[in-house]
Design a protein around this ligand. Structure first.
Ligand code: NAP
Length: 345
């Protein structure tokens, strides 16, 4: 069965990656593209300032971009991928769900809502069934599913492995985040070249809350957030793609660096089309992972870890993920694949 998909916010940093990942895809076919009013009516090639180092796919190059509104999404679309600014998605996404569409979204709106699943398919696929609660409460025929923020996705898989092994009680994290994480108009070259910016608006709060929801338990009615204390400090640096993070995790049980590394290496991936063979790649070399060398591992869907060391309360490690692939577009596509596998499409 081929699932017809639409992409709303198709011209931006994440939208372009969605197009790259969906052309081609074994189950999904792109049938509609939307963006802002200034792009509407143009062909995709005219509207998108294409930044990926491969040509604009022929399948979308001459497609007319629609204006983002529920009435602009054709009826025969089964799944909508959203990469809209959060303030726009906050209005448009629920309207689409009410109109019967299933939406897999990158935007931060609704991520913390009690009845909206926030999933990394390899980590908490069971949370998907929160959709049943959502449909009961909101009366929607459609559904809203969220993937987390890119910086959160970078640290949660190794933390999940550590939590299963020894119980995570406290996490401190400092990030070194790439400029593509701010979207195409987010950071100007004069701000970031020869510089680092020790502030990313609202990012720290997202890491602190989304991590607890992702690592929480779902009892069939509600997600009970994990009780770990999470404290984040977020920095923008002049890399193009790939967020690198330094993580300190205190654990309930004693854990050695070798045990932590083995648990991360063994943490299972899934059989979904976009899951990498190896979810977490653990490096022995102390100077890895590095953004330029390691962000494309597993076609940008593997999370890399290195520098695992013992601390007084647990372990310290460095983790890296490609922010617009594993951290955004790839995360949404994986969630779409999870929806399909579980009969929601
Ligand atoms: P972006 O490069 O700024 O792209 C935004 C997209 O939304 C463009 O297609 C833009 O269309 C469209 N848009 C803007 N204003 C609109 C409006 N008023 N009505 C309809 N469409 C509008 O942003 P991005 O980096 O792709 O991020 C998209 C979403 O994903 C954001 O919510 C972001 O927080 C989230 N996210 C991003 C990353 C990342 O690494 N970049 C990671 C995780 C999550 P035009 O081209 O016509 O302006």
């Amino acid at each position: 069965m081929t699932v017809n998909v639409g992409i709303i916010g198709a011209t931006g940093a994440v939208g372009q990656r969605l197009i790259q990942l969906l052309d081609p895809h074994p189950d999904f076919a792109i049938e509609a593209l939307t963006a802002s009013g200034s792009s509407a009516g143009k062909t995709y090639r005219e509207a998108a300032k294409w930044r990926i180092d491969a040509p604009v796919p022929d399948a979308v190059a001459d497609t007319e971009v629609g204006e983002t509104a529920p009435e602009a999404v054709p009826d025969d679309i089964d799944l909508v991928f959203s990469s809209l600014p959060s303030s726009v998605g906050e209005v448009v996404e629920p309207a689409l769900c009410e109109a019967g569409y299933v939406v897999s979204s990158n935007s931060s709106n609704h991520r913390r809502a009690d009845d909206v699943p926030l999933t990394i398919p390899e980590v908490n696929p069971d949370h998907l069934d929160l959709i049943e609660v959502q449909r009961d409460e909101r009366g929607w025929d459609g559904a809203l599913l969220k993937n987390p923020n890119c910086s959160t996705i970078t640290m949660v898989p190794p933390l999940a492995a550590l939590d299963d092994l020894a119980g995570v009680e406290r996490v401190e994290v400092a990030t070194l985040q790439a400029v593509s994480g701010a979207g195409y108009s987010g950071v100007s070259s004069t701000e970031i070249i020869d510089n680092a910016i020790p502030y990313i608006g609202r990012e720290e709060g997202k890491m602190e809350t989304e991590t607890r929801k992702l690592l929480g338990t779902f009892d069939g009615a509600a997600v009970h957030w994990h009780e770990a204390d999470i404290s984040a400090s977020c920095n923008r640096i002049p890399t193009i793609d790939g967020h690198l993070e330094n993580v300190w995790a205190d654990t309930a049980a004693d854990v050695s660096p070798d045990e932590a590394g083995a648990a991360m290496t063994d943490y299972p991936s899934l059989d979904l089309p976009s899951s990498p063979d190896q979810l977490i790649e653990v490096f022995d070399e102390p100077d890895r992972p590095q953004p330029r060398l390691d962000r494309n591992l597993g076609e940008g869907m593997t999370v890399s870890v290195g520098g695992i060391q013992e601390t007084t309360g647990g372990v310290q490690f460095n983790t890296l993920a490609h922010n617009t692939l594993r951290g955004a577009a790839g995360a949404s596509v994986l969630n779409g694949e999870l929806l399909l596998e579980n009969g929601y499409l």
